[in-house]
Design a protein around this ligand. Sequence first.
Ligand code: SAM
Length: 208
Amino acid sequence: MIRRRVLDLCCGAGGAGRGYAEAGYEVTGVDIRPQPNYPYRFVLADAIGHLADLIATGGIERYDLVHASWPCQTFARVTAWRGSRDSHPDLLTPGRELLERCGRPWVMENVPEAPIRPDYLLCGSMFGLNIRRHRAFETSWGGGGELLPPCWHHPRILPFAHKGERAYADAMGCTWMTNTEGRQAIPPVYTQWIGHRAIDHTTAVSTP
Ligand SMILES: C[S@@+](CC[C@H](N)C(=O)[O-])C[C@H]1O[C@@H](n2cnc3c(N)ncnc32)[C@H](O)[C@@H]1O
């Protein structure tokens, strides 16, 4: 069996990482803060510096896919509303430059209002989850026109829970996290789906 490896940058407590594991990847996470609930191999480091080192040393070749969840506070509407957007550094711009140089298939995920190309725009309702949580994914292969069910934006969606509540983390499928960690996470089904698209893409480019 082919063992694929993913580097999960800015991994948090592992919402994205869990999805890749479900898609069959061996997962290594990197975060600048300790993540005691992260379920996979973990490296405590600045993701920008770590990725730059892996590119410089050739260590990046170990990975079949590089994923990055650059912090979204600098772009999120809710941060602008709270008036603290400028206090969060933009890692997305230097991060994209490194990803474009890394020579491996890559994925960046962020809030839809971030300056990323939405090769895929995913929502919990597309996967039968009772949550409305949009995330844009920019990929090195540029998307592929896959058919996805439309969002189901019924106003009664998740009437019982708000972000930060236990029920919200559970509804995303992040049952092993604290509520606070769940607030930052993405539902694992998103990266499970993206992980399969990455496999389809790499299989397509390596098949003569
Ligand atoms: C949106 S959260 C990631 C959520 C995660 N992808 C998930 O699905 O559970 C962003 C993470 O970036 C981390 N972070 C912020 N700056 C960082 C840096 N310079 N290097 C590595 N991680 C960083 C934060 O500690 C936080 O855990």
